[in-house]
Design a protein around this ligand. Sequence first.
Ligand SMILES: Cc1cc2nc3c(=O)[nH]c(=O)nc-3n(C[C@H](O)[C@H](O)[C@H](O)COP(=O)(O)O)c2cc1C
Ligand SMILES: [Fe+2]
Ligand SMILES: [Fe+2]
Length: 395
Amino acid sequence: MYNPYQIVNNIYYVGVNDRHKMFFENMIPLPNGVSYNSYLIVDEKVVLIDTVDTAFCEQFLRQIKEILGNRVVDYVVVDHMEPDHSASLLALIREYPEIQIVGNVKTISMITGFYDICKGFYEVGDGDTLSIGQHQLQFYLTPMVHWPEVMMTYDVTDKILFSADAFGCFGTLDGAVVDAKLQSLDKYWHEMYRYYANIVGKYGSAVQQAFKKLATLSIETIASTHGPIWTSNRLPQVMSVYDKLSRYEGEKGVVVVYGSMYGHTEEMAETVARGIVENGIPVVLHDVSKSHSADILADIFKYKGLIIGSPTYCNGLYPEIASLINKLEVRGVKNRIFGAFGSFTWAGTSVKNLNLFAEKMGWELIGTVEQKQSLSLENSKSLLELCNSMSLSIK
Ligand SMILES: Cc1cc2nc3c(=O)[nH]c(=O)nc-3n(C[C@H](O)[C@H](O)[C@H](O)COP(=O)(O)O)c2cc1C
Ligand SMILES: [Fe+2]
Ligand SMILES: [Fe+2]
């Protein structure tokens, strides 16, 4: 028995929890699972907003039927084509052959490309309205708030923004779907950083564009495609997290990430972490071989300072560090205050490579320390100087 969640009058949550998937996009660990959110508006016309991952297709259709009985779904709005939201479309059409698929010109071409669906489209453009009875739906194109076809659907009547991936986070919805009814929101705030850094991270300027476009709307509820439905009390916090992240505006704090085979670079990392903390600045320390890059990226998006340590390895960076900085480059992380350190034995290149990387990213470089073999007293002092410069810049 499903027992549907009614969000407001005649708007139901019909999404699902995925507690099985190990890695989102086959890369990002899901220790708290993930939800694929979908919403059903039952008015003179019945409208479904987005669908769910194909693994949950049967459950999804059952939930819809439980609410609708013999009524049919008249429209499905496709806000985002990534398959975690669109892959149940084919089954939905099989169930409701007369359904109209609402999307913009880019969505429609992707639907044809992915699913070989060529008819039944209801094309909308930026600002268009669809009246379905009591409810008026308005569509806002917000390209690259994850993919180029992404749009958001605003329910003028209930002031709900169906925001696609924006404002989403990982984490299943346990026993409730609306923020005010969930026992604790702690895990979702952390998961919001992980979600943003790993999924939306590259598209900060697109998120800012979307903010501008939505600025005039009166929004009382945000219903995204992942995580809790956010209502009045929490909206400012959710908006603020996304706003800061998309402006690459880090909080006061330093992430120290290092790789180390035999402990020499690690000793430098310990010295750095201590030096920063003694200046009263929060530190997060990651051993690149132990922490998953998804978690390291979340912290790097969160904090303003970044110090990376790498041994020289076959004339270059420690491969795990090379992989991490590639991920930072892919996401175009901006505005970081940066320091570097590393140990070598015969010809050091790692610190030089880290400097070149920081230059390429346009970051402020506040210092470097390169150590031949074991950490010397002199270089311990240099590391503390690096910490002091970092702390001054952060403050
Ligand atoms: C597989 C491997 C490759 C290395 N390549 C270089 C190198 O190209 N140049 C160099 O100066 N040292 C090289 N080293 C030596 C290490 O950089 C050096 O011992 C450093 O102190 C190791 O730091 P760690 O104790 O933090 O792992 C290499 C060591 C290993 C194990
Ligand atoms: Fe997406
Ligand atoms: Fe998504």
